[in-house]
Design a protein around this ligand. Structure first.
Ligand SMILES: [Zn+2]
Length: 341
């Protein structure tokens, strides 16, 4: 039986993928080289998966829509190399804004190279350029959908960059954000101040701390994130790949500037001991109670993030040992919660 992989003898020339280039970006460049649309190229190469009625957006092309063996045969690139170029899955939708590094694109333009889209920019965790250490610039995902060739990537970014910037008055520590971004995108166990942490546990901790950061009162008594940019903080759930066969749900702002703001603060909390933090000076009593009720955190993580919450858990355990599960336990525990101000 002939398979898709044997249908095409292979293209006479393909440009080499750039470091960390997204598969869809590279395919756009190949299609452009041969004067074809991306869909036409993939159809002629016989690489579309059976049952794929319509090609997905260029930036989301992966093994579910393109036959990697056929693509490998057509482009003379090992299948394993192609697989490393696919975007990490993000369900059910991409955020409304992703981020791109203007400096990376400007440097490519100045050196006469093609503009390419970095695979890392597809992740909602990505907030900082790991080459330049600078904050990424927002790019509306709906603009990316309309990109047909890589030359227009720069225009997509500039258009978004002219939009009013959010939260500019809030200082964002790019080095903290970059530190957390590397850990979240590692897709393997990583070392944090409290010890070795699995990807799914890290996502759980980040998720919970992000929730508290968003709801943390500011010095003027208002909820900081929504009022700082005078618009509602749009938070959505994203199911992200934490390892090859596991997904973690992260509730994150769908706009990049807000995501940068939240994740930089989460990073600051996770990276620095309580006494070295500039944010937050102390958790609200509501945050302490909520964090004390979290479960499944790695040992030591709660004590690092919020020592008061870890103390509360200890005291709760002592009450339970003393009263067992009885009306007197619940009475004593309610009194304990009420004492936290
Ligand atoms: Zn860069």
């Amino acid at each position: 039986m002939r398979t898709a992989a044997t249908r095409h003898a292979g293209l006479p020339f393909v440009p080499q993928p750039r470091p960390d280039e997204l598969l869809g970006s590279w395919l756009l460049r190949i299609a452009q080289l041969y004067g074809l649309s991306l869909t036409t190229l993939l159809v002629r190469l016989g690489t579309l998966q059976t049952g794929t009625a319509q090609l997905p957006h260029w930036f989301s092309i992966d093994a579910s829509t393109v036959n990697m063996d056929a693509l490998s045969a057509a482009t003379h690139l090992p299948r394993s190399d192609l697989e490393t170029m696919t975007p990490a899955a993000c369900r059910p939708h991409w955020p409304e804004e992703l981020g791109a590094c203007e400096r990376c694109l400007t440097e490519a333009t100045h050196s006469g190279e093609s503009l390419v889209w970095n695979r890392n920019w597809m992740s909602p965790w990505a907030t900082v350029c790991n080459i330049h250490g600078t904050l990424l610039t927002p790019v509306a995902t709906r603009r990316l959908i309309r990109v047909r060739c890589t030359e227009t990537l720069g225009a997509a970014i500039q258009s978004a960059a002219t939009a009013p910037k959010l939260l500019d008055e809030e200082p964002i520590c790019a080095s903290d954000a970059l530190w957390l971004q590397a850990l979240c995108m590692a897709r393997t166990a990583v070392r944090l101040p409290w010890g070795r942490t699995r990807p799914s546990d890290l996502a759980r901790v980040v998720n919970a701390v992000a929730h508290e950061v968003i709801s943390q009162p500011t010095f003027d008594g208002s909820a900081c994130a929504p009022t700082a940019n005078s618009r509602t903080l749009a938070v959505k759930d994203f199911a992200l790949e934490s390892t090859a066969d596991q997904r973690a749900v992260a509730s994150l702002p769908t706009h990049l500037r807000q995501r940068q703001w939240v994740l930089a603060r989460v990073a600051h909390v996770l990276r620095w001991a309580l006494e070295a933090r500039t944010f937050p000076a102390s958790w609200s009593s509501a945050s302490v109670k909520r964090m004390a009720s979290t479960s499944g955190w790695p040992q030591g993580a709660l004590a690092w993030v919020c020592p008061d919450a870890a103390d509360l858990v200890l005291q709760q355990g002592e009450l339970r040992r003393k009263h067992s599960i009885s009306p007197s336990y619940f009475k004593a525990y309610s009194a304990l919660l009420a004492s936290i101000q």
